[in-house]
Ligand binder design. Structure first.
Ligand SMILES: Cc1cc2nc3c(=O)[nH]c(=O)nc-3n(C[C@H](O)[C@H](O)[C@H](O)COP(=O)(O)OP(=O)(O)OC[C@H]3O[C@@H](n4cnc5c(N)ncnc54)[C@H](O)[C@@H]3O)c2cc1C
Length: 122
């Protein structure tokens, strides 16, 4: 990945296989995964600085609880990725894995948690 700052329109390639607009976590992740899959000729355009949008403000909390099987699997994939990413890209990352506490204050809430726990084991 090559990062070029302060480019004029004339400096940009006339065409690319993929153009990603926005260098927040979503855009950068898309570019990372394209590169991992062997796609070259991909361009990411960021109007400000990388991570200058919402990503800059994020508290860095990485949720690991969801009632959606799809989201739970994305979370599983992400946490596995973050464990090795620093080493993979040779950049020091502070990834601290902590536990969390959720209180079930009703029977329905408890059932919801049991469902999520069952899904997480799949
Ligand atoms: C205060 C706060 C705390 C948060 N805490 C957490 C947290 O703890 N955990 C969590 O998971 N999520 C958290 N979030 C949510 C998380 O930050 C966002 O969901 C995530 O960063 C969104 O990423 P994104 O790439 O979609 O958007 P952004 O990070 O906003 O990236 C979009 C980028 O696109 C660029 N852009 C826009 N238009 C153009 C254009 N026309 N041309 C070129 N570039 C353009 C912007 O400059 C920006 O850099 C938090 C959000 C906030 C605001």
């Amino acid at each position: 990945m090559l990062v070029k700052k302060g480019l004029e329109m004339a400096d940009l390639p006339a065409s690319a296989r993929v153009v990603i607009i926005g260098g927040g976590v979503v855009g950068v992740s898309a570019l990372y995964h394209l590169a991992k899959a062997g796609w070259t000729d991909c361009v990411l355009l960021e109007k400000n600085e990388l991570t200058a949008g919402s990503t800059w403000h994020a508290a860095g909390n990485i949720p690991t609880f969801s009632n959606s099987w799809v989201i739970a699997n994305m979370q599983r994939y992400s946490t596995e990725l973050y464990r090795r990413l620093g080493e993979e890209v040779d950049y020091p990352m502070n990834y601290h894995v902590t536990d969390s506490v959720r209180l079930a204050h009703s029977k329905q809430r408890m059932q919801e948690f049991e469902r999520a726990a069952g899904m997480a084991r799949m």
